[in-house]
Structure formats: C-alpha cells, structure tokens
Design a protein around this ligand. Structure first.
Ligand SMILES: Nc1ncnc2c1ncn2[C@@H]1O[C@H](COP(=O)(O)OP(=O)(O)OP(=O)(O)O)[C@@H](O)[C@H]1O
Length: 705
C-alpha cells in the first residue's frame, strides 16, 4: 500500500501503534500533478489546496481505500513493533464490544430472503434487529445506526460546488441517473466478470536504475516486450500480446478508472446483486493507489440514486470495513476487533461481530474509510516502502425493510465489496525482508495461491471449487458464483525489471477473463490464454531503450489476422489442425501459404527441387508451415508449463510454513502438470508424424512425382 501524506494526525484516528498518520496534503491528480509525480518531483507540488476535489484520492489521507498523497511517512513498518514468530498474529486491540455470535440468533428468524446472498452474507444479522452500537468517542461524526437523515441531493451541492470539477461531477450524475431511468434492464447486460488492466508510470526508483517501459498499450490490448537471451547469449525481444476488457495506461486518471470499472455496476446493487471489485498485482504495482478512491466515488453515486431514483423507497446504506491479516479477520471500524467467519446451513459466509455503520452522507463515509485505512496493517517490502500486508475489504451494503415496513429489520438488497489485496512478492525479492515480513509474505502468497487454485478450478469447470483454501477465497466465493458481478483490476508496473511479475499478473488476469460469461467456452478461454503471440525475434541492438513505439512502427512485422492460432489447434485436437479464421481447411492448398509469425521464410531449409512440379512448392511450404506451427504450439506449451511450475513453486516455497496444509496444492499441481505433459507428448508425436510426411513428400518430389 502506498504511503500517504502523514504530517498531521487527524483527530478522528485513535492513536494506536499500528495506525497511520494523515495530512491533508495531496497531489493533484491533474496532469500537472501526475507529471510532477512521475518525474519524481511531487515535493514541488503545491499543497495549499484546503478543499481538494472530491474525486481526488489523495484527499483521503494515507494508503488504503480513500488514502493517498505523497507526504513523508512517519509510521513505517506500522504493524511491526514486535519481533519473532510468536507475536505474528496480532490480537485485536480492544475487547469485543457488541459481539453477537451466530448461536445467539433467535430461531426462526433466519428466514431466507427472496434475493441472492451478498458477498460475506450477513443474512443472520439482516433478519434481526441490528445491534445497538455505541458511538465511538474517537469517532463521533460517524454515528452508527442513526436514522437515515434523508438528505437530498442538494445536500451534496455545497461540497461539490467547491470542487473544481463540478461540471464533471454533475455530468456523471446525469449520466448515472439517465442510464438508470432510461433502462434499468441494462444492468443485466453488465458483464459478469470484467477484467481491466492498469499500468502505472515508471517510478523514481525504476528510473534511477535505468529501467525502461516495456508495456505498450493500445485500446483494450497491450504488448509486453520482454528481453531474452538466446543460448549464444545474444539478446532478443519477445512480444507477449494480451487482450482484456479494458487496458488503462499511465495517463488514465482515477476518475476514468472509476468510470470504467465500478460506475457501471453501482445501479445493479439495487437490483439484488452482489458485486465485487478487487485489485491484483505484484507489490508496488498500484493496487492501493487504484482502489483507494473507488469506494467513496461509489458511495457518492449510491447515495445519489437513493436520493433520486429510489427516493422514499426505504433503502439504507451500510458501511463495513475489515482486513484479513495472517489468516485472521479484524474489524477496521471497531478497533481491530477479531472477527469470526462462519458458514451457515446454506453455505453462506457470515462474518460474526462485524460492525456496520448506517450512513447517509458522503462526509461520514469518507471519515469511516479514513478510519479504516488508518487502522490497516502495513509494512515495508523490497518493492514498496509502505506495502499493504493485509487484504482489506470494504463493503457498501444496501438494505431495506421487507414490505416497506420499517419496524421490521432491514434485509440485504445488494452489496458492493472492494478488496485491496495484499501484494505478492516472489521468494527472490524477499531476501532483504525481516522474518516478520517474510512470514506475512508467506501468508499472503498462500492466500493468493488459494485464489489461483479457485480460478483454475472454475476455469476447468471442476465440480469442486476449493474456496475453503483460505479466508480470502471464502470471502471471495460469492464473487464468482451465483448472481454476482466481479471487476478485477490487474495492476502492473511498466518497468523492465518487473517483466516476469507483469507476465504472471497478466496470465492470471487472462485466466480470470476466461471465466467471464459469453467468453466462457473452452475455445475462447484457451485462445485467450494464447493471446501470447510472442516470439518475435529481434536483435536488441536495433531497439532504442525508450522507444518501443518507433520500433514497432518501423521494424516489427504486421500481425496477420489470418495467422494460424496454435491455441485452437492444441485444445481442439480431435479436429484437423489446419485452421483459418475458425474454418477447417485442407492441408495442401495454395491459399495455405501463410506468413511465418516473424514474417520470414526459411528458404535455406527448403530442398532444392522446386521448379519441377509447380504446386510442389506450395505443398512443401504448407507442410513446412504446419511443421513450424506445431513447433510453435509445442514451444508455447512447454513455456506455459514452465511458467506454471515456476510460479507455483515460488508460491509454494513462500507458503511452506508450519501449519499450512500444502498437500492439496501439491496434488493439484501434479495433476495440472501431468495434463500439460500429456499435451506436450501428443504434440511431439504429431510433430514426428509430420516430419515423416515431409520426408515422404521430399522423396516424391525428388523422384519427379
Ligand atoms: N497510476 C499511478 N500513477 C501514479 N503513481 C502511481 C500509480 N500507481 C501507483 N503509483 C505509485 O506507486 C507506488 C506503489 O503503489 P501502491 O502502494 O498502490 O502499490 P500496491 O500494489 O498497493 O503495493 P502493495 O501490494 O505492496 O501494497 C505508490 O507510491 C503510488 O503512489
């Protein structure tokens, strides 16, 4: 998680050792601010604006949701004032307040609602009166469960009118309201899973190390330019191409990120849907920077809807905020009270004791978010000075009393969850870290591994999805099943030094993308996995370090739309392998003369019998092309397998701590690898067959047939 401005502690933040300090300094998200920031000159940025724009994440202080800013970090390693393994799991700093266990529920009140459960379903609480909660001394402004004040949209105006982007805010409001009133049904057309990639700018550290930007973005696609070494140690560039639902480059503001990701799903949560937005990526890639402003922007839109479109319909908005740290749950709005996660009889996840606050204005939500962020666990990693060491989950829940009868306890209508995942680090990056950080890393990697297992299981249409592998996956369960919407924001660093991490993140994102509705056929899923039309070999000497764009324009071969797709070939092995645009074609036709991926033809390999039979060239070329495509598919298989092995091994090594049950993972990994090995063997057999045919063909041509 990113360090935020922390020059003065806000009055609302209770001063406990793990809390962050805040300042109202912020970096303008205007292009000027961004320029200064990316140039490492943020200290030159004016901090005199006392009322920053609502949409500026930096207004909300330090890291975590709503935080930001670049001020000096006063509390480094905030959660590490203790040493040694025995102190690893931090206990809540205050005793439980109004703790109410599942067992205390009155029987018969657990009536099922007629809507689908939300993430971290709180049905057990929704169907009974919410507990009376004390108003925190340190947090008076956030009145808990006070009646909705029924503020109208006009209540927001004074705040917004101070905002230099008022026009934009109103525009956005109009868009939102219009889109809902015109067609509520449209909400059902929002993609079930949307995968967005966000690239951050190079940071000071990377620039100082002369690292270059290796990510080229274009619309919803991006290309990673990976520098590799041949066996003779000459360098070449390998291109990896990916396509996602959206690709946001370093120029894109947090406002635009919101419009692209969360804004479209806000109206849906009034339609009995649960939605989740989570950020994934290596440590320091920009997850917190991206996630922080989203909940506040979303709650502003939710409140607008409640005050306009759904005025007087009895909707209420609740906020809760907790973290998963060291495999345990802590309430970030209740002095890190330790929470229990339980499954009810309907396999719905409940978080027992989680404090919810009823809110009716943006200010209160902002303060709650600040409070939660201040309480969140952070530490320093090799790649990020102030890294999120926990998964933070902020939930906005809409509830309503059944039949509009306010004497009845409100029930969940919909829920929007924001998950800022802790950053993953490879074992290789963690050598400088202390024991505490390494253990945190192990726990984080274990949960990310479990998440990956779930995604893989869903991808493979496995009957059993191992959601119970970690607390994180239990929490995320509802994001992937049932009536839900999920937005995954994959954050990537542009730097050459992070290439391997970036490719891992993008492959992970690609896997999640393949779960998306309308995109979930095996073929699509796997062809998306094979978006990696890599392996364009180019001498590095001809590439200027900073300008891949120029290089692409001038020297790189055009992508051929008709290019053979090895993915289809491999995963659809019952069909003939020669396919163009999805159509099967005969092996030996003149039309099959397809450019090689690198635009070259290996004429020197061709036998010297060309002119005797006119169509022999074409046949031969087709055969050679087929052979080459097979080789490419084979190479990709091997590479993919190696990537899986490397990735998994790193995660396994990191997660291999006493108490972690890794047998399951290892068994599953073995199964995956066996499957891959079988695929490779099959390709090798086919390749041998082709080589035999090629030989026969040469014999025929040489003998004049
Ligand atoms: N799009 C961006 N534009 C400008 N700066 C960015 C952007 N994304 C991230 N940064 C900066 O990069 C640094 C790391 O970002 P951040 O803390 O969000 O990473 P993270 O992925 O949350 O890391 P961790 O997982 O370790 O918590 C911060 O200084 C942040 O301000």
């Amino acid at each position: 998680m990113n360090g935020g401005g922390r020059q003065g502690q806000r009055s609302g933040a209770t001063a406990v050792h793990h809390q962050r300090q805040y300042s109202d300094n912020f970096l303008d998200s205007s292009s000027n601010g961004r320029w200064l920031q990316s140039a490492g000159l943020q200290h030159l940025q004016s901090s005199g604006n006392s009322i920053p724009p609502l949409q500026d994440y930096n207004f909300y202080g330090g890291g975590g949701f709503g935080g930001g800013g670049q001020g000096p970090r006063m509390f480094r390693n905030a959660h590490r004032n203790f040493n040694g393994a025995s102190d690893y799991y931090m206990e809540p700093s205050t005793p439980p307040g109004n703790y109410r266990s599942m067992g205390q529920k009155k029987s018969g009140e657990d009536s099922p609602s007629d809507f689908s459960p939300g993430l971290l379903d709180l049905h057990s609480f929704d169907t009974e009166l919410l507990p009376e909660m004390p108003v925190s001394n340190a947090y008076d402004s956030a009145s808990m469960h006070h009646p909705v004040r029924n503020r109208s949209i006009d209540d927001f105006e004074p705040y917004i009118s101070n905002n230099k982007q008022i026009g934009r805010a109103r525009g956005s409001e109009n868009n939102l309201l219009k889109s809902i009133s015109v067609d509520k049904e449209k909400s059902s057309s929002v993609a079930k899973i949307k995968v967005v990639v966000r690239k951050r700018p190079l940071n000071k550290k990377e620039l100082a190390k002369n690292e270059v930007d290796i990510i080229e973005t274009h619309h919803n696609a991006l290309t990673v330019h990976e520098t590799k070494l041949k066996v003779d140690l000459t360098e070449y560039i390998e291109k990896h191409e990916f396509v996602f639902d959206a690709v946001l480059n370093e120029e894109v503001s947090n406002d635009e990120v919101y419009s692209e990701t969360v804004e479209p799903i806000v109206p849906i949560i009034f339609q009995r849907t649960k939605a989740t937005c989570f950020a994934y990526g290596q440590t320091g890639s920009g997850k917190t920077f991206t996630m922080k402003p989203l909940p506040l922007k979303a709650s502003r839109d939710i409140l607008r809807l409640m005050h306009h479109t759904y005025r007087n319909q009895g909707f209420q908005l609740f906020v809760s905020f907790f973290e998963i740290y060291g495999g345990k749950l802590f309430d970030l709005l209740n002095d890190r009270k330790k929470l229990c996660m339980r499954e009810d009889g309907k396999q719905q996840v409940c978080i027992v004791g989680l404090q919810e606050y009823i809110v009716s204005d943006v200010e209160t939500i902002k303060e709650l978010i600040e409070k939660g962020n201040a309480t969140r666990s952070t530490g320093t990693t090799g790649a990020n000075e102030e890294s999120s060491r926990s998964h933070a989950i902020l939930q906005l829940t809409i509830k309503r009393s059944p039949d509009g009868n306010e004497s009845k306890p409100p029930r969940v209508v919909g829920k929007l969850s924001f998950i800022d995942l802790a950053g993953s680090e490879r074992g290789a990056d963690t050598t400088d870290n202390d024991k505490q950080t390494r253990m945190e890393g192990a726990e984080i990697n274990k949960s990310l591994l479990a998440l990956k297992e779930c995604i893989r299981a869903l991808d493979n249409d496995q009957g059993h999805i191992p959601f119970r592998g970690s607390k994180l996956t239990e929490v995320l369960r509802d994001s992937f099943v049932g009536n839900s919407r999920t937005v995954m924001i994959s954050c990537i660093s542009p730097s050459s030094g992070s290439c391997e991490h970036t490719l891992n993140t993008l492959r992970y994102a690609d896997r999640v993308k393949s779960l998306s509705k309308g995109n979930n056929t095996k073929k699509d899923a796997f062809s998306s996995n094979f978006n990696l039309r890599e392996s364009t070999t180019i001498p590095l000497s001809s590439v200027t370090a900073s300008s891949f764009e120029d290089y692409t324009a001038d020297s790189w071969p055009e992508e051929n739309e008709d290019e053979f797709s090895p993915s289809e070939e491999y995963y659809d092995q019952e069909k003939p392998i020669w396919k163009k645009n999805g159509k099967t074609e005969p092996y030996f036709t003149a039309e099959n003369k397809v450019k090689k991926p690198n635009g070259q033809i290996k004429w020197k390999d061709l036998p010297k019998v060309e002119s005797k039979v006119s169509h022999a060239d074409e046949d031969l070329n087709s055969l050679l092309q087929e052979e080459e495509d097979l080789l490419n598919a084979h190479r990709k298989q091997v590479e993919e397998t190696m990537n899986i092995v490397r990735e998994e091994m790193e995660l396994l090594v990191e997660a291999d701590q006493p108490g972690n049950q890794l047998d399951d993972y290892i068994t599953r990994l073995n199964a995956i690898l066996s499957q891959k090995a079988a695929g490779i063997l099959q390709l090798q057999t086919r390749l041998a067959h082709f080589q035999k045919r090629l030989k026969e063909h040469n014999v025929l041509v040489e003998s004049g047939y």
